[in-house]
Structures are given as C-alpha cells and as structure tokens.
Unconditional design. Structure first.
Length: 265
C-alpha cells in the first residue's frame, strides 16, 4: 500500500501510540483525521504534523465512552471528507483491579470504550468504505486479548471481544475489499497504565514498571505501519511478554503455571 494521499482516521490520537502513528503516517504523506477527547492537544499535533510534512490534517472530537458523540463525529467526517481509506481503532482504556473487587459498572465502562464504542464507529463508517470500493480497518487489541491475566479481567475480555467481532467482519466483507489488521501490543511505553481504571473507576495514576521499560511508541508505530502495508491479518509485537501467546498456544500447561505467578505490572 502507498500511504501518500490516503485518508486515515486515528482514534485516541492525542498521545501514546495514536500520536506516534499520526507522525509516522504523516511522514508517509497520508491525510490525517485525528480524534480523542482532548481537542486542544489534537489541534497542536495536527498543526505540527501539517507544517512539517505539508499534508492535510483534521481534528474531530470523539469520546468512545459517550455513545452520543459517535454519530456526530461520523457526520462531521462525512461533511468534510469524500472517503476513508484506513480507520485506526486505537482509542481504549485499561484496568488495574481484581475482578472480585470490581463492580460491573466499571466492567461496563471498559467495554463501552474498548468494544462498543469501537464497533459503533466502525459500523458507521463501513457504508462509506464499501461505496468507495474498500478500505482497511486497523484494530488495536493487546497481548492480553490472546489470554487472561491478573488485574485485567474487563480489559482482557474487551480485547478478546474485538478479535471475535473483527475476524467475523473480515469474513463477511472480504468480497467488498474490506481488510482487517488486528494488532496485539505487548508493553509499549505509553501512559495507558497511568490512565487505567481501578475498582472504583478512578485512575490508577502511575506508570507500571514493565510499561516504563517497554518498546517506544515510535518504534511500535513503524511496526504497525509495516503490518498495514503488508496487509497482515494479526500481529503481536512488543518485548518478551509476547512469548506468552506462544506458550499459551503450544504449552498450555506451562501457561497456567506462569499466569498464576507472573507480575502483570
């Protein structure tokens, strides 16, 4: 895929992975639509990328936890853009709490952002993609979208759900030239743990030790763009924590032992 001139919508673009992807795709000449709840940061980012790479950038407010904002965002996009080539479903929220201490309301909050918000946006944009002859949907899952681990019950479950939904979407719409790439990050050096919800819905407020030593967002973004370019169906990338996926698949007995002992932070 040649990214130059492609219209790419990135959610959760104001920091971390989303911001790094915006810079990388901007460098490659894509026209960017950037969304998150923080439009002040997005406007600064859009201006900086546009000035450096001489590309078109747009900012649209979007709160995936508030379903009412999604149709409004789609309407704004449709008014301003004739097509969407790539949708990067990056926005999400993590969790740091024991499931037995976590009320269902917090579980629902995580699912609303990670799953229902994501699929609502995707479904709303599919008719435009299909009418234009196809498109590429990128889904930011997680290494724990492949297995469960302590303190991540709702987060892990929401990422598992994304796999089921988007693998089905790929099957049903392959004849419409709709491509799907699911990315499973390991530990990436972002503020996702800082903003994770705890058992009472408040922010965790600190950086996990493993997160602080993780892969840089910039390096990760280059890997994601390469996966899109190659039309990879699913890619797991990060550090040694990625090995747990293969241990779970090929040595399940060992996974069960390690999962009960591993320090998830």
């Amino acid at each position: 895929m040649n990214f130059k001139g492609r219209t790419v919508w990135i959610t959760g673009a104001s920091s971390g992975i989303g911001e790094a992807l915006a810079w990388e795709l901007g460098r490659l000449g894509s026209d960017l639509v950037l969304s998150s709840r923080n439009t002040e940061k997005l406007n600064r980012l859009a201006k900086a990328i546009s000035e450096k790479y001489q590309i078109n950038t747009d900012v649209i407010f979007l709160d995936l936890g508030n379903n009412a904002t999604i149709p409004e965002a789609i309407e704004q996009f449709s008014d301003r853009h004739q097509k969407i080539d790539i949708l990067v479903n990056n926005a999400g929220i993590s969790q740091r709490s024991l499931l037995i201490e976590t009320p269902v309301e917090v579980d629902r909050q995580v699912f609303e952002v990670n799953f229902f918000g994501t699929i609502t946006l995707t479904k709303g944009l599919l008719p435009m993609m299909i009418k234009a002859g196809g498109g590429h949907i990128v889904v930011m899952s997680s290494v724990v979208g492949k297995f469960g681990i302590s303190l991540r019950s709702a987060y892990s479950a929401s990422k598992h759900a994304l796999h089921g939904f988007f693998e089905t979407l790929r099957c049903e719409l392959s004849d419409k030239n709709i491509k799907v790439t699911i990315i499973c990050p390991g530990r990436i050096r972002t503020s996702i743990s800082v903003n994770a919800v705890t058992k009472d819905g408040s922010n965790y407020g600190r950086m996990d030790e493993g997160q602080a030593k993780g892969v840089s967002p910039e390096k990760f973004a280059r890997r994601v763009v390469k996966a899109i370019h190659r039309n990879r169906k699913e890619v797991a990338t990060g550090g040694k924590e990625i090995l747990m996926i293969y241990i779970r698949r090929f040595l399940p007995w060992l996974y069960y032992i390690l999962a009960s002992r591993v320090k998830p932070t």
